[in-house]
Write a protein that binds this ligand. Structure first.
Ligand code: NAP
Length: 337
C-alpha cells in the first residue's frame, strides 16, 4: 500500500522561544519495512519541555537533534506492517518515533503497550517517561519519609502531579507550586495535596513559611530560577533537592543564572542532585508495574491534556507548555483511533 508521511524536520536552531519557521514541513513517501523492521503509524505525540533543549547544539545528556533531522519525540502508535517477529501488525507500541505520521523502526527502544491497561495517552504520561521520572526521582533521590514535607514545582504538570500524589501515598505532607488559581485548586481538590502555592499571585517564600512551617525535607524542582531560590531559603536540616528540570530557563537567551541562596545547602547539610530518567532504564518495568497498581487501585489519578491537530500543530502545541496551558500531561494527537 502506498502511504505518504508528513514530518517536521529541524530547519534551524531557535534563539529564545521556538518559531514555526524553526521546522520544515516535509512530505515524502513511506518506505516498506526491510528485514527485521516494522512500520509504525504514529497516533499520539508526547510534548515535553526537554524538546526545547534537544534543539540546541552542544553537550547534554542526549545528543542534539541535527539540522534536517526529524524532530525527536516520544510517541505511541500502531504497527501497520512488520518484518520483525517481535512486533505484529496491530500491536500498540511506544518509542521515540519523532514528529511524523509514520516511522520505520528496527525495534530498538520500542516497547509494546497494552491499551486495555490505560488509554494510549496515559502510556506517554503516568505510565510513560514522565511517570517514571516522578517515581524514580522522588523515591531514589528525594527519599521522602512518612510525615516529612515534600514540595514540588510545576506541580500541575505531567511529572509534578505524579510526584505529589506519590508523596501523599508515602504519607508525606505535600505542597505544590503552580501557576494560577485553577491549577492550585485542582492540586488540592483532585490530587489531594495538602496545600498549593500560586507563584503568579503569591510570594513563594512567605507562602512556604505558612505551608511548610517545619521546613522542606524534599524539594522536587521542575522549574529552577526564582522558585528554586525561594525554596532554598526554607530547607529543613538534611533536605534533599531533586533537580529534575528548569523549565523557566529553557528559552533563555542569556546564560542560566544559578541559585544565589545555595549556601542554605551548607547550613542545612542538604543536597541537590540532578536526575535523568534514562539512567533507570533497567528498572522501568518495576516503576510501571507500581504506577499501574496505584492507578488501578484509584490511589493515583492520571490527567492528560490532549490536543488535536496532528503534526502541523506541533510548534504551537510545544509553545503552550511554556505558557502553562496544560494541566497534566500534554499530548498531541495525530490520529484518534
Ligand atoms: P509539565 O510540567 O507538564 O509542563 C510544563 C509546565 O511548566 C507548564 O504547564 C507550566 O506550568 C510550567 N512553566 C512553564 N514556564 C514556567 C516558568 N517560567 N516558571 C515556572 N513554571 C513554568 O512538563 P513535564 O513534562 O511534566 O516536565 C516537567 C519538568 O520535568 C521539566 O523541567 C522537564 O524538562 C523535566 N523532565 C525531566 C526529566 C529528567 O529525566 N530529568 C524527564 C522528564 C521531564 P504553570 O502553569 O504551573 O507555570
Amino acid at each position: 500500500m502506498s502511504r505518504t508521511n508528513h514530518q517536521l524536520r529541524l530547519a534551524q536552531r531557535p534563539v529564545g522561544q521556538p518559531k514555526p519557521t524553526d521546522w520544515d514541513h516535509v512530505e515524502e513517501p513511506v518506505g516498506d519495512p526491510g528485514d527485521g523492521e516494522f512500520l509504525v503509524q504514529v497516533l499520539h505525540l508526547s510534548i515535553d519541555p526537554a524538546m526545547r533543549g534537544w534543539m540546541n547544539a552542544g553537550r547534554s545528556y542526549i545528543p542534539p537533534v541535527e539540522i534536517g533531522a526529524v524532530m525527536r519525540a516520544a510517541a505511541v502508535g500502531r504497527v501497520v506492517a512488520s518484518r520483525n517477529p517481535g512486533f505484529a501488525v496491530g500491536d500498540h507500541v511506544s518509542g521515540t518515533f519523532g514528529v511524523q505520521e509514520y516511522c520505520l523502526s528496527n525495534g530498538r527502544g520500542v516497547t509494546t503497550v497494552d491499551p486495555a491497561l490505560a488509554a494510549l495517552p496515559v502510556h506517554l504520561g503516568t505510565l510513560g517517561l514522565t511517570g517514571l521520572t516522578a517515581y524514580f526521582g522522588l523515591l531514589d533521590i528525594g527519599r521522602p519519609q512518612p510525615g516529612q514535607t515534600v514540595v514540588v514545582s510545576g506541580a500541575a504538570g505531567a511529572v509534578g502531579s505524579v510526584v505529589g500524589q506519590i508523596a501523599k501515598i508515602l504519607g508525606c505532607r505535600v505542597v505544590g507550586i503552580a501557576g494560577g488559581e485553577r491549577k492550585c485548586r485542582v492540586l488540592v481538590d483532585d490530587f489531594g495535596f495538602d496545600a498549593a502555592i500560586d507563584y503568579q499571585s503569591e510570594d513563594v517564600r512567605s507562602a512556604l513559611r505558612r505551608h511548610a512551617p517545619d521546613g522542606v525535607d524534599v524539594y522536587f524542582d521542575n522549574v529552577g530560577g526564582d522558585i528554586l531560590d525561594a525554596v532554598l531559603t526554607r530547607l529543613a536540616r538534611g533536605a534533599r533537592i531533586v533537580i529534575c528540570g528548569a523549565v523557566s530557563q529553557y528559552n533563555n537567551t542569556e546564560p542560566v543564572k544559578g541559585p544565589s541562596n545555595y549556601m542554605s545547602l551548607l547550613v542545612n547539610r542538604a543536597s541537590m542532585t540532578g536526575m535523568v530518567v534514562f539512567d533507570y532504564a533497567d528498572r522501568y518495568a518495576e516503576g510501571i508495574a507500581q504506577l499501574a497498581e496505584w492507578l488501578a487501585a484509584g490511589r493515583l489519578r492520571s490527567l492528560e491534556h490532549v490536543v488535536s491537530g496532528g503534526v502541523a500543530a506541533f510548534p504551537e502545541t510545544l509553545l503552550g507548555l511554556f505558557r502553562g496551558e496544560n494541566l497534566g500531561k500534554l499530548v498531541l494527537t495525530v490520529v484518534d483511533e
